[in-house]
Every structure is written in C-alpha cells, then in structure tokens.
Design a protein around this ligand. Sequence first.
Ligand code: HEC
Length: 294
Amino acid sequence: MFRNLKLRARFTVIMLIVYVLSLPVMIVGSYYILKKNAVREILEESNLMLAAMEGARKYTNDVLRPAVTKELPDKFIIEAMSATFVAKGIEKRIREKLPNYSFKEATLNPLNLVYKADDFESKKIEDFRTGKLTKEWRGYKHTDAGSFYVVMRPVVVQSGCLRCHGDPSLAPPEVRERYGTTHGYGWKVGEIQTANSVYVPADVPIENARKALVLFSIIYSLFFFAVMVIIDRVIIGSIIKPIEQFVDAADEISRGRFEREFTVKTNDEIKTLAEAFTRMKLSLAKAMDIMRRK
Ligand code: HEC
C-alpha cells in the first residue's frame, strides 16, 4: 500500500508516523522534567517557610525575651516573650499575603488549643515518640482544601520548658490566666509533645507544570506541522516540478522534437540525469541524421 502512494503522500505519511511516535516521548520527557522542577520548587518553598518560622522563634528566644526580661524581670509578657506566640503572629501576617502557607507547632497537649494536633499530626508525633520517625518527616497531605507538602520536626521538652508547661501551680500567673490550668501542663523532660509543621501548597506548582506541558505539546505540534509544510514545499519545488518538466521534455523529444532542451536549475542528481539524457538525445539525433543521409 505504501509503495502505491505518490512521493508527496509517502513523505507526509512518514512525517505523521514520526510525529505520532515522537509526541509521547516528548510528553513523557517534558513531564518528567517539569514535575521534577515543580517538586524542587515545593521543597525550596517549604525550606524557606521553615527557616522563616524557626528564625522568628530563635530571635524571640535569643534577643526579644532576654531584652524584655532585663527591663521587666518579674513579668512574663506572652506577646514578646513566647517564641511560639511570636512565630504564630508572624505566620498569621504571612498568611494574609499567602493564605495557603502555614506553620503550626502541632502539640498533643497544648496550652493554646489552636496548636492542638489533628489526627494526621498526632499520628506523626506518636511515630516520633516511638522512634519510628527521627529528626524529620517530609511528605504530602491531601485535604479538602488541596494538597500540601509538609515538613515536620519533633521538639524535645527540656527542663526549662516545665516552668510554664510543667506543674500548673508553678506556672506564671499570666499563663494560667490566659490558658487556664486544664491543658498544656504536665509535660515531661525528654518527651516529644510537639512537631513543628510547615505546610506549603503542592497543587499550584504541579498545576503549573501541567499547563506548561500542554503548551509544550502545542508548540511542538505547530513546529512539527510547520516543518511538514516546508518539506512538502521543498519536495514539490526540487523533485516533483523538475521531474514533471523532465517528463514533458522527454515526451516531446521522443516525438522527434530534438531542439527541446532539458532545463534543470539545481545541481543535483536530476541535473546528472538531465546531462545523461542530453547526451542520449544528441547520440540519437546523430544516429537519425546518419540514417537519413543513407
Ligand atoms: C515562660 C513560659 C514558657 C516557657 C518557659 C516555655 N513556654 Fe512554651 N508556651 C508558653 C506560652 C504562653 C504558650 C502559648 C503561646 C500562644 O498562645 O501562642 C506556649 C506555647 C508553646 C507551644 C505550642 C503549644 C501550646 O502549648 O500552646 C509549644 C510547642 C511550646 N510552647 C514549646 C515550648 C518548649 C519546647 C519550651 C522549652 C524549650 C517552652 N515552650 C517553654 C510559655 C512558655
């Protein structure tokens, strides 16, 4: 069937086969690269968010609290001295600009119930407690609000923490007043109560990768069809047209019109063929001449 096709049609069919075979390769290859980039972007964002939050905590512990304590040694001003409170306050303001990013000091038994670990977080904290997980957990969490990339790091309770998280009767009055005495106390030194958890949206970069893939496929297809049209024009101009002229000239010469020339503009196989035919034509003309004279 393929052999019965005209030259142009044959080229078109070959190009279409190449297109159909190469498109999946292009799509799979691009998808792999785009997905990898999207995941890298998500990782970088989570690291950034985590660094910002840990930075806020550290700044409060290292700078803010000592400075306030120096001025007011007997007071515990939660807004300026609790690293958790400061980090949460900064996070809240980040969320005003980037609502899908969040940081939570997910805790099994918190003073402030906004930090209460949900089922997912509790499970991970349990895994940190039993040693099934160590240093860090990273992974995806799928919720009704979309998918998130999560980084969780366990926090070990130290003896200094017990001043506020240990026996409620010993806690600063400011703490008891604000959070009550029923929850958030009784922590033990060395245990893991908390996993500092960063959530960054995972849907957007993946969705962007998908959009880029569609765009790539369209550009690739347009490019391919442009090449097909160009090749088709080239085949017509440099092979089919010259052959048609050639056939026309050969036809006339075969009917005895020896003055007809083979005109070839290109310098390729067709030109060689034309030269061979021209020699044959001259020989034929000479032979006919000799025969006629006899
Ligand atoms: C001087 C008191 C004080 C000390 C000491 C203290 N915290 Fe807290 N902690 C607080 C207060 C107050 C909150 C509630 C902050 C809020 O409402 O945002 C809190 C909240 C937390 C939370 C969030 C969960 C919850 O209970 O609300 C974690 C986690 C936490 N602290 C960890 C620690 C660790 C770990 C240490 C020791 C390294 C520590 N804290 C020492 C006062 C303290």
